[in-house]
Write a protein of this length. Structure first.
Length: 146
């Protein structure tokens, strides 16, 4: 996410967050408040429904990709807990997000992104967005939670 140049009342250029980035931060605050209200038992079930709701709200091409990634992640690493993270579907291990899916629409990007956080146990390799990458994504998710 790159900062945008904004002009305020002074007319001077100010670098700051984009509208989309500010919206994502507001979503994160709401997620943290919702997590604090939930009991520990409800957390995983509510997280799953939150993720599925976010996926259902995505435009068609990203929704299909997110649904498939959700299935791959659930099959490859059932210990991961689905949750939202900055308004994106994410999967956590011990409350630390390991991987996430960012719809292209969310930040007005050209491509959707599947990413790993710094909590993932990965050290090398690449993944290209092709159907042949499904097995590699599954293996990476398994490795990330090892």
């Amino acid at each position: 996410m790159s900062p945008k140049t904004d002009t305020r009342k002074s007319g001077k250029a100010v670098k700051g967050f984009t509208d989309e980035e500010r919206a994502a931060m507001k979503e994160r605050v709401q997620e943290l408040k919702a997590e604090a209200r939930r009991g520990p038992r409800a957390k995983q079930a509510d997280g799953e429904s939150d993720v599925l709701a976010k996926i259902a709200a995505m435009p068609k091409p990203d929704r299909a990709m997110a649904e498939r990634l959700h299935a791959i992640i659930k099959a490859s690493a059932p210990a991961l807990s689905p949750r939202t993270w900055y308004g994106m579907p994410a999967y956590a291990n011990d409350d630390h997000v390991v991987c996430f899916f960012q719809s292209a629409h969310k930040f007005k990007a050209r491509y959707a992104t599947f990413g790993f956080s710094d909590k993932a146990n990965l050290d090398e390799g690449t993944v290209w967005p092709t159907a042949a990458a499904e097995a590699r994504i599954g293996a990476l998710v398994k490795k990330a939670v090892s």
